[in-house]
Design a protein around this ligand. Structure first.
Ligand code: TPP
Ligand code: MG
Length: 333
């Protein structure tokens, strides 16, 4: 039987778990709603450039980055919106970047595929498949050489795991015991190619042993499980024990890019994964555990949707870059 103190403690723990899951749900809802809004703005033809979206993969970004400090770093991919919002890039500056405005997080010069903001540790994204991985190793080396205890979370896809840069990055991080957490968002496709056609093993994380680092396979649509794995790997990295590979099994609810209807995907497979939507998994848990009522969740969602509308207004009312700005913030030798 539990003592009175233990009961009080477990109630406090429950309150903490409730607050964390509600916050994670709000963040995931923000990621989903932001990308849905962007998609419709693209259909309206009011935005230049192109988009690669990550609806369905929100638990990966939020679970991995939830406990990172501002001073920690994150590298992303051609699908960076969720990662950047979860790392703390401001919603207004991301929306303005999509409208190519001078108030954008990259002053309107980066667009969707180079989103980021170094002031919050979000290294602007690189759209070259696996291109962010050697960069993450360089940032990790810098963290170590400066004797900080900062860590780097490095996102990449299943497709990226067959690039040479993947292997070189893993090996260098392992031999130098760098504070890098490698996160493979395995959504089973590299553009239209199913992973089975290009990879002869079941789990990308199984490759960890080849570099002498731990590897973990996690249900990537359950934000709490992702967060638990993140906690283990981040603690290891902070203590100077070196890198980890975390493989998150997930699925995108959208096409590879904006005009992809996913004709190459099996419809039964799609249906099974759509039933495992990360937002629904968390929402059901919140309601089952009575962390909040349906009405309270609706209030949270309404608040988020209003923030997005405000960001669109901010972006639309922001100034365009001036022609001479093309010569600013560029480096040449
Ligand atoms: C070196 C390189 N080759 C090809 C491309 C074109 N390309 C862009 S995304 C992509 C698929 C990447 O798949 P994956 O790593 O699984 O990421 P996902 O799109 O599933 O998030 C490809 C082939 C590229 N950007 N860079
Ligand atoms: Mg993929």
């Amino acid at each position: 039987m539990k003592t009175e103190n233990e009961l009080v403690l477990s109630k406090a723990d429950k309150n903490k778990a409730a607050a964390r899951l509600l916050e994670m749900y709000e963040q995931m809802f923000l990621l989903r709603s932001y990308e849905e809004k962007i998609y419709f703005l693209f259909l309206e033809g009011v935005m230049p450039g192109t988009i690669h979206q990550s609806q369905g993969q929100e638990a990966c970004a939020v679970g991995m980055l939830f406990d990172l400090r501002k001073e920690d770093y994150m590298t992303s991919t051609h699908r960076p919106a969720g990662h950047c919002l979860a790392k703390g890039v401001s919603l207004d500056s991301m929306m303005a970047e999509m409208f190519a405005k001078s108030t954008g997080c990259c002053k309107g010069k980066g667009g969707a595929m180079h989103t980021g903001d170094i002031s919050v540790g979000a290294i602007p994204a690189i759209a070259i498949t696996a291109g962010g991985m050697p960069v993450a190793v360089g940032v990790g080396l810098s963290c170590k050489m400066r004797r900080t205890d900062n860590v780097v979370v490095c996102f990449f896809g299943d497709g990226a795991s067959n690039e040479g840069a993947f292997h070189e990055a893993m090996n260098a991080a392992a031999i130098w015991k760098l504070p890098v957490v490698f996160v493979c968002e395995n959504n089973f496709y590299g553009a239209s190619t199913h992973i089975k056609l290009v990879t002869n093993i079941e789990n990308i994380a199984d490759r960890a042993s080849a570099y002498g680092m731990p590897g973990e396979v996690v249900e990537g649509n359950d934000v709490e499980l992702v967060n638990e794995a993140a906690t283990r790997a981040i603690a290891r990295a902070r203590k100077g024990e070196g890198p980890t590979i975390i493989e998150l099994k997930t699925y995108r609810r959208c096409g590879h890019s904006r005009n992809d209807a996913c004709a190459y995907r099996d419809k039964v497979e799609e249906k099974e994964w759509y039933a495992k939507d990360p937002l629904i998994i968390s929402k059901n848990r919140i309601l089952e555990e009575k962390y909040a009522t349906a009405e309270e969740l609706e209030q949270i969602e309404k608040r988020v949707l209003q923030r997005i509308e405000d960001a669109v207004e901010y972006a639309k009312n922001s100034p365009d870059p001036k022609p001479e700005d093309a010569l600013e913030h560029v480096y040449a030798v």
